[in-house]
Ligand binder design. Sequence first.
Ligand code: BG6
Length: 488
Amino acid sequence: MTQTQERRGQKDTTAAAPHVIVLFGATGDLARRKLLPGLFHLAISPFAPDIRVVGTSLEDLDNEQFRAVADKACHEFSTRKLDDDDWQSFHQNLVYVPQGKGPKALATAVQEKLKELGPDARLLHYLSVPPKAAVEVIQMLDDAGLVENSRVIMEKPFGTDLASAEALNAKIHETFAEEQIFRIDHFLGKEAALNILAFRFANGLFEPIWNRNFIDHIQIDVPEKLTLEGRAKFYESTGAFKDMVVTHLFQILGFVAMEPPTELGPAAISDEKNKVFRSMRPLDPRKVVRGQYKGYRDEPGVDPESETETFVALECFIDNWRWAGVPFYLRTGKSLAEGQRIISIAFHEPPKSMFPPGSGVGQQGPDHLTFDLADQSKVSLSFYGKRPGPGMKLDKLSLQFAMKETDHVGDVLEAYERLILDAMRGDHTLYTTAEGIERLWEVSQPLLEDPPPVRGYNVGTWGPNAIHQLIAPRAWRLPFERVWRGKS
Ligand code: BG6
């Protein structure tokens, strides 16, 4: 018995219906890194055991060449050990139709696969294509008669500003009904991001202090060591703000800042996130630092005079009763000193101190609650405690949780896997909405219209020097002064 058969033996009653997944951009970077390995993992899991993949892209490949691309991708990027039998069984369920062959050829391949899966089979299109190409692909699906009874996942960024996002929404609605559309933001599928909801709303301990009376400021910090990874064309027209902030960082901010939803369902969660976005103050370009790493302009495919930012840090505010006056600092960029994804909540310091000068009180910053959004999430609460011995010296201590210490670490679904599975089940809870996305473009408009000049920074640093002025008198949490426990 292969591992697949064994796993399928553990029949999961919530398994998704059999699905044909039409993957646009099937040979692109995202497909190779995440989507093909993710689909493979779902196919051998008990959650979605009957999957056929019809890959398509602008490249002129045949089935075997596409399978070779998928093979290489899964071996290179899968986070799990691959079993050869499992791989062989998935392999034969992959076919490829070059986009250039047109809608008819695509329809034929899809119908064939649907037939193989029987009358309950459903259709899911994954558009892993840049915003500009999305409309063309939607048209192709319409021409191929592949819209009815299907669902469509749209990749970010959704549009490039408010007008283009509105136009894209209007255009898609000519073909797909809203309930068929799944606008993905993979940060919302990260186990650690979902743990923010659990942490906030499954406990009575933290919610009472989750507001301006107790919190001084919040940082959402996602520095990356990665550079362009061969994505110059995409990145040149996107830049750090559109690639990461208006998408992932703002969505995470939504989870951190929202009011308790009435239920764990799509309407309730979206309502609360959208209320946060509606309360956001439009960005102030004077409170934004844009950077570009030195050497970016020499990268293959980059304009030698490029003004695209590879780094952005900004301050923003949510003007509601809970958060008035609490700054949120967001930062992300490429070629930085470390790859991290943290949310750091800094609490107010005590108003008075009985501890004498030299005791160490307050010397290592305020108390912090820190979420690490890495695939294996961690949470830490830091506080001052007494150093053992005579006198009263204080040290910064912490309570820490690491998912790897639980028995469930092997159950983690990678963000894309989780979200694709949700789309197969028709669950919109962790997907973004047209209203939310349009509002985020609206608050971004002042920055898009009047971006500050890009400042150079050295590879391997934390960005241009101006980041310190942006946050002063506070300080960036990263690099951490104390490492996470258990880190070797
Ligand atoms: C993608 C961006 O959406 O997210 C990339 O396009 C970025 O530029 C990536 O590197 C980061 O995602 P993760 O899950 O690796 O933190």
